[in-house]
Design a protein around this ligand. Structure first.
Ligand code: SAM
Length: 295
């Protein structure tokens, strides 16, 4: 029911069809749940007929009893405002306008774990976060890039096949917004585990909900969106379960704002910080390689 209103299919077909989709969804949760239980039964058909005959107020009462009070406005009363257009407000995450919404979360995650950023630190593509969050605790910053000859890189490697990288090397790896661009995620995580020193910490973030990052898509490819569940499963295949902490950031308002390319400053702090686990905009993982390899 919740998702029905904003599906791409609905956006494509426009207002008339949208009313019909929303309309048909009024009784949908109960009917779809029931039809999943008893597909095609006479009981189901009768229920549907009776439901259609009931006045709207009674249908609502039944719905509320089963699904909790609806906050859905009356049909046709949603005010779309600036969002009623097929082009996003900004196609480039709003990066020309201020802090991107995902960066607000990435940076609060790194700030929370800044004590981990110390010693020899590896970061992907640049060392902005190593310097900002590690400051003078960092003894050697390294920059990894997948493309050979990249001017900033001190390490060139495809994380899915990086046998040339020495094991047990890094105290901290900052892997922000990278895993979604790697097809073979388990292989990359195995490498990250291997090159961390015992006791070393991996700080990783990736999108749960996002538009395509076109720049990256056209270079190395963008393959994945993650959930806290898939992240936990992927990381605990390499790291011991007790050392993996996974969390999400975001809520429905943030998800919409982020997809539209609005920036963090356009939302209130309490709106950004409200976490609804059904709307995972950004997923973050802190994983520690144990001091004694128990694999
Ligand atoms: C958006 S950047 C992320 C790094 C940046 N520090 C950040 O916070 O956004 C995506 C990076 O993924 C890297 N990448 C893509 N495929 C890779 C692979 N197979 N192995 C290692 N890095 C890869 C690219 O080098 C690129 O710099």
């Amino acid at each position: 029911m919740k998702a029905t209103i904003l599906t791409p299919q609905v956006q494509r077909v426009g207002r008339t069809s949208m009313s019909s989709v929303v309309n048909s969804s009024i009784g949908t949760p109960s009917s779809s749940a029931a039809s999943a239980d008893r597909p095609g039964t006479l009981w189901q058909a009768m229920k549907n007929v009776v439901k259609r005959m009931l006045p709207e107020t009674t249908r609502r009462r039944i719905y509320d009893k089963r699904w909790g009070p609806r906050r859905h406005p009356a049909l046709g009363r949603v005010r779309f405002g600036s969002f009623r257009q097929l082009e996003p407000i900004d196609r480039h995450f709003g990066m020309q306008w201020g802090q991107c919404i995902d960066r607000y979360y990435i940076e609060s995650f790194l700030a929370e774990h800044e004590a981990d950023v110390c010693g020899r630190v590896l970061e992907v593509s640049d060392s902005v976060y190593t310097r900002r969050f590690g400051r003078d605790r960092v003894t050697q910053p390294d920059i990894l890039h997948v493309t050979p000859g990249h001017p900033r890189a001190t390490v060139t490697a495809d994380l899915t096949s990086a046998d040339h990288l020495p094991s047990d090397t890094y105290d901290c790896i900052i892997l922000t917004q990278t895993l979604q661009f790697i097809y073979n995620v388990p292989a990359a995580i195995q490498t990250l585990y291997r090159i961390l020193k015992p006791g070393g910490v991996l700080l990783a973030t990736f999108h749960g909900t996002s538009k395509i990052a076109r720049y990256d898509m056209d270079r190395w490819g963008e393959y994945w969106r993650f959930t806290t569940l898939s992240a936990r499963k992927l990381f605990t295949e390499a790291f011991p379960e007790s050392t993996v902490a996974v969390r999400s950031y975001g809520n429905v308002l943030v998800a919409i704002a982020f997809l539209e390319g609005l920036v963090a400053a356009e939302l209130r702090r309490e709106e950004l910080d409200y976490c609804d686990p059904d709307y995972e905009v950004l997923v973050a993982v802190r994983a520690v390689k144990p001091r004694q390899d128990i694999q």
